[in-house]
Write a protein that binds this ligand. Sequence first.
Ligand code: FAD
Length: 401
Amino acid sequence: MNEKGGGMDSVDVVVVGGGPAGATAAEMLARAGHSVVLLDRDGRIKPCGGAIPPRLVSDFEIPPELIVARISSAQMVAPSERRVPMPIEGGGYVGMVDREHFDEWLRVRAAAAGARRITGTFERIERDADGSAVVRYRAASPAKEEAFGEITARLVIGADGARSAVGRQNVEGAERMPFVFAYHEIVRSPVASKADFDPRRCGVYYQGVISPDFYGWVFPHGATTSIGTGSAEKGYGLRPAVARLRATTGLDRVETIRREGAPIPLKPLKRWDNGRDIILAGDAAGVVAPASGEGIYYAMISARMVAEAGLATGDAPALATARKAFMREHGRVFWILGIMQTFWYRSDRQRERFVAICRDKDVQRLTWEAYMNKKLVPARPAAHIKIFFKDLAHLLRLVSP
Ligand SMILES: Cc1cc2nc3c(=O)[nH]c(=O)nc-3n(C[C@H](O)[C@H](O)[C@H](O)COP(=O)(O)OP(=O)(O)OC[C@H]3O[C@@H](n4cnc5c(N)ncnc54)[C@H](O)[C@@H]3O)c2cc1C
């Protein structure tokens, strides 16, 4: 059911935002028997490269028809144009989803579990006479007139993305979230290719002319392809950088379907909740992996942890356990990736070295295993040590790229 319109209502949980985080939290809480409203704005397709790991597919039971392409290798491109292929061994893959269909499928699954969908824009949270949260939202009526609605909730989950209004209004520190600004163009994939393009390969561009502090990408999605870049530098010309990337890959000759951008959070917030009855998940909580910008898996896994903490609604201290659980499981990887981004993405000289390191077969295996399975593999300590010393040698410039 997808309601439009207002009216006073009272439920256990209002989830604001119907992206991967919100839909996951709503589904889980509804399945556990809570009354849940999933409030989502209408219309916009989330700008996103749409790359997801197999771990997400299995953990969240994603049906194969939502995976529009299976990527079997990456090509890392250095400032010198040196190219390093990184094949995925053993039948592994990177799954590509189209967010238009992926997100809607997740919302439909949440509704099938019992969540009530409302199409509307969150405005603010007020308090009733008992101090309970009252979520105020704006809904477009069938006559396209504005209508307002109110829902009283014991718990509000803010899964409303990187610029979360729920967070900014209610959770300390949310307004100071640091971002990478990302922009991409969705193009028609070339058919018989004269372009530098392979439908089963991701291109990853570590070049100062494409991004001064992040990377550029070419992610094939079957019929379409996402070509994008990002930077935390305010005012950096993302559009000219994507135009450059399209020109150098020969993808400037294919049809452009959409041009869009959005911020990517750079760091998990120190607090996800208000100590009472409001908690954040996904981009709203800042849980995107540094260096890669991977956020879909972390949005869904954080939402699961938030839903688990929220199952004890009424127990305010339990809310803080969500962030603790997340950082226990992923904090180390985020920390390592943060350091990687700081060291390797800061100059073309460093980027050249970074791409050179990627030639190492052990580096390739560990990178793919960590990405696909979301685990650092302890079974290969010798490889870790080798990579550590290799990294160190490159950092100290003891070897040339
Ligand atoms: C250009 C780009 C490329 C990316 N590529 C990748 C990638 O390849 N792989 C990857 O894993 N991650 C990628 N990411 C990151 C990923 O898109 C996010 O981390 C992920 O979407 C977070 O999910 P979420 O549910 O927390 O938030 P979102 O997906 O942003 O969902 C938020 C939802 O809240 C709704 N909403 C917002 N405000 C309101 C409001 N006031 N009222 C009601 N509803 C509201 C929105 O409509 C939306 O449905 C990319 C990001 C960008 C910008």
